[in-house]
Write a protein that binds this ligand. Sequence first.
Ligand code: ZN
Length: 62
Amino acid sequence: MSAYRSPFERLRAKFEESELECPQCGYFDGDGGWRVTTSGSRVQYQFVCPSCDAVETRELRL
Ligand SMILES: [Zn+2]
């Protein structure tokens, strides 16, 4: 049994724990509904606000 977690896994966990609030309308998504897409060494998190359709995108580099 190992407690090792890769830097990416730690980042991801931190991300998914963070609360999600729309910067446009303040809609709060307690479920943290990030959509995750990965391409090469980049991970893109996208959140589409169900209230005002604003798109919030964050990008992480591995
Ligand atoms: Zn919104």
